[in-house]
Design a protein around this ligand. Structure first.
Ligand SMILES: NC(=O)c1ccc[n+]([C@@H]2O[C@H](COP(=O)([O-])OP(=O)(O)OC[C@H]3O[C@@H](n4cnc5c(N)ncnc54)[C@H](OP(=O)(O)O)[C@@H]3O)[C@@H](O)[C@H]2O)c1
Length: 292
């Protein structure tokens, strides 16, 4: 999702040459205005070859195993992508003097309280959270030039809809008049994918150093979030059942309360996120363009 949004943006920047990479062939809908390079970042030799060929000034690592439950069941796969591949990127960036912008998550925290600042002490509850924390620690300890951008519950429209997100999930299911059990005991600052891309661009332009919280500015429960989606799209809110984390039973433990204070990114990077309802308006606009 983030990779596509960054491609949308950098295609329009005449002063930046984008080398977009992903596994296999290019799946971006309108593949013009950038260079595409197939790259499996778990393959160290491929990472080294691509870095040597293009010698980028900045690398933005948007790849990860992001399915939190899949990380519990495929721990070796999670380690390979979320930890080991990051080590290859750090080494290659150091060798070619590239600045690394690495993406991380609120799931490095145990969620006893929130929103939190960049200085909060991590204590992950899940294998995913633990893998992302290990990668952060490796970047901080070994990278010559780095920024870590932590984010929270990202939503938005992507052309490949095989991966959904909470806003699209809620909208689609409510349109089909399905009853939804939604947790009221998890709190987040949901992040519009375009805002996360904006944070990456600002960090890349400035070669910002250090940890930055990049999320939305509105703090809400997941139930509240889905309720606001239903309200915005004029869908039937009586289909929503207030549930608890205990009630919906997911394999990986989620931190109850996260969400971020974003003042550091606002003040140091000039980060300006949309409000949640502004984000929904952009989602609505993009969905109407997709269906034209
Ligand atoms: N989404 C969220 O709610 C959320 C919340 C907190 C933090 N984050 C972090 O934000 C970052 C971006 O997340 P996202 O939402 O954009 O995730 P995403 O949509 O799941 O994208 C991850 C990408 O990684 C790619 N990938 C997987 N294995 C790879 C490999 N071996 N080599 C190269 N690419 C590979 C996947 O490609 P395929 O399409 O080929 O599988 C996928 O396109 C991640 O670091 C994530 O941990 C996300």
């Amino acid at each position: 999702m983030l990779g596509q949004k960054l491609t949308d943006y950098y295609k329009t920047r005449k002063d930046v040459s984008l080398i977009a990479t992903a596994r296999g062939g290019d799946r971006y809908a309108n593949p013009t205005g950038y260079t595409y390079q197939s790259l499996d970042i778990t393959n160290e030799a491929e990472v080294n070859a691509v870095m040597a060929q293009y010698q980028p000034d900045v690398v933005i690592n948007t790849a990860a195993m992001t399915n939190v439950d899949a990380c519990e069941s495929d721990q070796a796969g999670c380690d390979a992508l979320n930890v080991e591949a990051v080590k290859y990127l750090v080494a290659a960036c150091n060798k070619h003097n590239a600045h690394l912008v690495h993406l991380s998550t609120d799931f490095i925290f145990d969620g006893t309280h929130g929103p939190v600042t960049e200085d909060e002490q991590p204590r992950p509850l899940s294998y995913y959270g633990n893998s992302k924390l290990k990668a952060e620690q490796w970047v901080m300890g070994n990278s010559k030039s780095w920024a870590i951008l932590r984010t929270v519950l990202v939503y938005g429209v992507v052309t490949d809809m095989s991966r959904s997100n909470i806003v699209l999930w809620a909208k689609t299911n409510l349109e089909q008049r399905k009853t939804l059990n939604v947790v009221g005991d998890q709190f987040r600052t949901p992040t519009l994918a375009e805002d996360l891309a904006q944070g990456c661009v600002l960090a890349a332009d400035k070669k910002a150093q250090g940890i930055y919280n990049i999320s939305g500015k509105d703090f809400m429960s997941v139930f509240d979030l889905v309720y606001r989606v239903a309200t915005y799209f004029e869908l039937d809110r009586s289909l929503l059942n207030l549930s608890t984390s205990e009630g919906i039973k997911q394999p990986a433990k989620r931190p109850p309360i996260t969400g971020f204070h974003i003042a550091k990114a606002v003040n140091e990077l000039g980060y300006k996120p949309h409000s949640f309802e502004e984000g929904l308006a952009l989602v609505a606009k993009q969905l109407s363009e997709v269906s034209l």
